[in-house]
Design a protein. Structure first.
Lengths: 221, 167
């Protein structure tokens, strides 16, 4: 067997052992969970106290966008993070929840940082949080190829309808020329590329989140 | 690697990936190949300094005499250029690496985040109200340590094959 054939055989062997776990779908839910970790890291960098809720038996996250008041098939409440800054209203960070936009249309939000009193009201009344009560909303895209134009267009449509203060699109893919060009036309459109552990995009998006938390922390009551 | 060889390796890897359930990934690679690479029609001059100077002078002259043409030349015109066979293979190898190695890195990061908060595992579960039923994925230390060798072997093979494309 020549070197190239041996390489292809190695790839086949590795893919065979990994396919059970990774072949079903791209790990969008993993990416969203990771982004939650970055939000929490940024909050702590700005001096927040962070507590994970509903995480006694492990962190429980959604496989697909759901409701802030939803529970798993097993009847368990999903985990989220409570973020507290001294003398400021508490915040909650959620993964994969629906949010009500300015048009009253309900959107899916991959990571949402929302005022805790709004989140509590939504859980009690079983309604979706309003984007006006959100500090940060993140759209995450885990892709193996450059993001296509339809994703850029749908993000622009989404941020036009969300009134959260800090909105961004994050992707693991390192080079997305089409979407980057589309986003560059407007200063409010934040695109973070190559967002992965220890990659350059990770620092950039954490800085974006820390700016958001700093503004929240320093805002006068 | 010449065009014929790149096409053959691409074909073999697509066949392997699709037989193992990665059809969604090969489909996204095919979509990217069909879309082509967006490339500026007018590229920056890369010639000698004398050539650059000539281009600058020519640009100034055009601006004086033909303002509309100058505007057109100055604007960014883009066309979609077809990927070469080697580029296509490169796209496929990159997509495979992102699909598995990135997902694994995210699992490691997520587990670390959980452990920092004294939580030993991460469970992904469907919401009761969704149409999905009972899908669950767990990320814990055992999964990470069991999976790491296969991911490392895959990444090494993909990178070696990628380096062969340039030869």
């Amino acid at each position: 067997m020549n070197t190239r054939a041996a390489l292809i055989a190695s790839i086949q062997q590795a893919l065979q052992s990994l396919s059970g776990r990774y072949a079903r779908a791209p790990g969008h839910d993993l990416f969203e969970g990771y982004l939650l970790g970055l939000v929490v890291r940024a909050a702590r960098l700005e001096g927040a106290t962070v507590q994970l809720v509903n995480a006694t038996h492990g962190l429980l996250l959604r496989t697909a966008p759901g409701r802030i008041y939803g529970v798993s098939v097993q009847g368990q409440a999903y985990s989220y993070a409570v973020i507290q800054f001294a003398q400021r209203p508490d915040l909650e960070a959620h993964v994969g929840v629906r949010v009500e936009g300015k048009s009253r249309v309900v959107h899916e939000c991959d990571v949402l940082v929302v005022h805790a009193d709004e989140a509590e009201l939504c859980r009690r009344r079983r309604v979706e949080p309003k984007s006006a009560a959100a500090l940060i909303s993140v759209e995450g895209k885990l892709y193996g190829t450059p993001l296509k134009i339809d994703l850029g267009r749908s993000f622009i449509g989404l941020i036009n309808d969300l009134s959260s203060d800090w909105r961004c699109l994050a992707t693991n893919f390192h080079r997305n020329e089409v979407v980057a060009a589309l986003m560059a036309r407007n200063r409010d459109r934040y695109l973070f590329q190559h967002v992965l552990p220890a990659a350059r995009g990770e620092d950039s998006i954490v800085e974006f989140f820390t700016n958001a938390f700093r503004r929240h922390r320093d805002r006068r009551p | 690697m010449d065009t014929r060889e790149a096409d053959e390796v691409f074909r073999q890897l697509v066949e392997i990936a699709e037989s193992l359930g990665f059809g969604w990934l090969t489909e996204s690679v095919r979509d990217e190949i069909i879309a082509g690479r967006p490339t500026p029609e007018i590229e920056k001059p890369t010639g000698s300094s004398q050539g650059l100077e000539l281009d600058r002078r020519r640009a100034l002259r055009v601006r004086e005499l033909e303002p509309e043409l100058a505007r057109e030349l100055g604007s960014s015109r883009v066309r979609s250029v077809a990927y070469s066979s080697q580029d296509r293979l490169h796209l496929l190898l990159t997509a495979l690496e992102h699909a598995i190695a990135d997902a694994f890195k995210l699992e490691q990061a997520l587990l670390q985040f959980a452990q920092e908060h004294h939580v030993s595992s991460v469970l992904f579960a469907d919401e009761a109200a969704t149409v999905e039923s009972g899908r669950q994925v767990t990320v814990d230390a055992a999964h990470v340590s069991n999976t790491a060798p296969a991911v490392a072997a895959l990444v090494a093979a993909l990178q070696q094959l990628r380096s062969e494309i340039a030869r």
